[in-house]
Design a protein around this ligand. Structure first.
Ligand SMILES: [Fe+2]
Ligand SMILES: [Fe+2]
Length: 451
């Protein structure tokens, strides 16, 4: 392999990417450099049946050889690869001009599709493949990214813009991933309640709870994605209601209340205008305050969609467990009782049953007093024996905080003599459950890093 090819190829790709920054697609000044790149690539591929340009620890690599002075000469390639989380792009023998042109178009996109390889296949590009960096994001990173994403979406809407759906789709994929692998830790984070910016954390919490419920109900991949997107966006319509009303500390006048009640319709109108969102997402958003018995708002003719019921149950649970001006937060155990009391009226009984079985008799976020008079927090629910969860003992029998809290799995034979006596109000123990689960997630992350 000659370095001549290397320089020619990298230079021509850089020129093609630069031209895309300067000119709109279709402009002759864009087409020529892309064609040139193809012409240079062809002999280079011939020489090495496969040509791979990659990134290894921040360094640009051409067919496994690090490229000297890459930052100075080929910064556009580096930037686009980093931006698209690409570890490598490979050109194989038989690559056509159209493939190179289409590939460069995708590579130069400002907001990349969440799955570039899939995008290549959709475009019929079969001789160019990409490898994406596998980033193992922590659950906290995913949670915070989700909060930032919904914050940005709502921010753009308040400015009168229609946001792109890429970031939302991306974040829903990440959340789903974590819920499939570490659902306990993720549900624990829904105890994070932000009273100043209630709407963002609430949206993410409803997203997590809806996805967990959908997973528990064994819904397929497509439904999971739809319910994830719909739940995280369920309250976007509130951006169309004045912030004075949304954040009003006191109770609302009937006129103000009528305004708030418009948010499902406004929300579905917004999502209809967003790209790449399916009709069910808009429908779920429209229906998230319609009750099972058709009371609620707005009035609808049809039976509500099963995914709408999932979101409405998750929405109600998060609202009940959150401190509001007009409501002290209910303990998770109490919230479940309230929801069960509404089964068959506000929510269908089957979804409530599934929710209870997902969240457990003693849900995450619950402090329990044991027969030993110790007090501990639920760290893992036990689907096989709901009344025997795993807990972390935080308070000794004398009420003193334990220095080095230990896990006690009530399902193990060792703990068979220990009974759960009842729940304890975290506020009475000065405990912030959101903070507790955040610290647990940080500790788990640190332990993982040490491995
Ligand atoms: Fe709502
Ligand atoms: Fe909501």
């Amino acid at each position: 392999m000659s370095t001549d090819h290397q320089e020619l190829v990298l230079r021509s790709l850089t020129a093609a990417l630069q031209s895309k920054k300067l000119y709109p697609p279709g402009h002759p000044s864009v087409a020529a450099p892309a064609r040139k790149a193809f012409q240079v690539l062809t002999p280079a591929i011939k020489e090495t049946p496969k040509l791979t340009i990659g990134m290894v620890e921040e360094a640009l690599v051409y067919n496994e050889t690090p490229v000297a002075e890459a930052e100075e000469n080929y910064i556009d390639i580096i930037e686009q690869m980093k931006h698209k989380d690409l570890e490598a792009m490979t050109f194989e023998k038989g690559t056509t001009e159209k493939e190179v042109v289409d590939f460069l178009n995708i590579l130069a996109l400002e907001s990349a599709p969440s799955d570039i390889q899939k995008e290549l296949s959709t475009k019929g590009i079969s001789h160019i493949t990409v490898k994406t960096v596998v980033k193992n994001k922590s659950i906290l990173e995913v949670y915070n990214e989700a909060v930032d994403t919904i914050k940005n979406v709502m921010g753009e809407l308040r400015l009168g813009k229609i946001p792109k759906s890429d970031a939302v789709n991306h974040v829903v994929d990440d959340l789903t991933d974590k819920i499939l692998t570490d659902s306990n830790a993720m549900v624990g984070l829904t105890m994070i309640k932000n009273y100043d910016d209630y709407l963002y954390n609430h949206s993410v919490n409803v997203g997590i709870l809806s996805l967990s419920l959908a997973k528990h109900m064994q819904l397929g991949e497509e439904d999971l994605h739809t319910v994830g997107v719909a739940s995280i966006l369920h309250d976007v319509g509130k951006t169309g209601v004045s912030e004075d009303i949304i954040k009003k500390p006191g109770s609302l006048s009937s006129e103000e209340w009528e305004k708030v009640k418009e948010h499902p319709v406004l929300g579905s109108k917004i999502t209809k205008r967003m790209d790449n969102l399916n009709d069910t997402v808009c429908r779920v958003i429209l229906e998230h305050h319609v009750r099972y018995d058709k009371s609620g708002y707005p009035p609808v003719e049809e039976d509500i969609h099963p995914l709408s019921i999932i979101v409405s149950v998750a929405d109600a649970y998060d609202a009940l467990t959150t401190l509001r001006v007009y409501q002290k937060p209910y303990q998770p155990i109490e919230a479940i009782k309230i929801l069960k009391g509404l089964a068959g009226k506000h929510f269908d009984a089957k979804t409530i049953e599934a929710f209870e079985s997902m969240i457990g008799v003693y849900p995450l976020g619950t402090l329990l007093r044991l027969s030993t008079n110790e007090v501990g927090v639920v760290t893992k629910t036990n689907p096989d024996a709901h009344d025997r969860p795993e807990i972390k003992i935080l308070f000794a029998p004398d009420g003193e905080k334990v220095e080095d809290p230990q896990i006690l799995d009530l399902a193990t034979p060792d703990a068979s003599g220990t009974l759960v006596i009842g729940s304890v109000d975290p506020m009475a123990r000065n405990m912030d459950m959101g903070e507790f689960y955040t610290n647990e997630a940080i500790a788990a992350e640190e332990a993982e890093a040490k491995k």
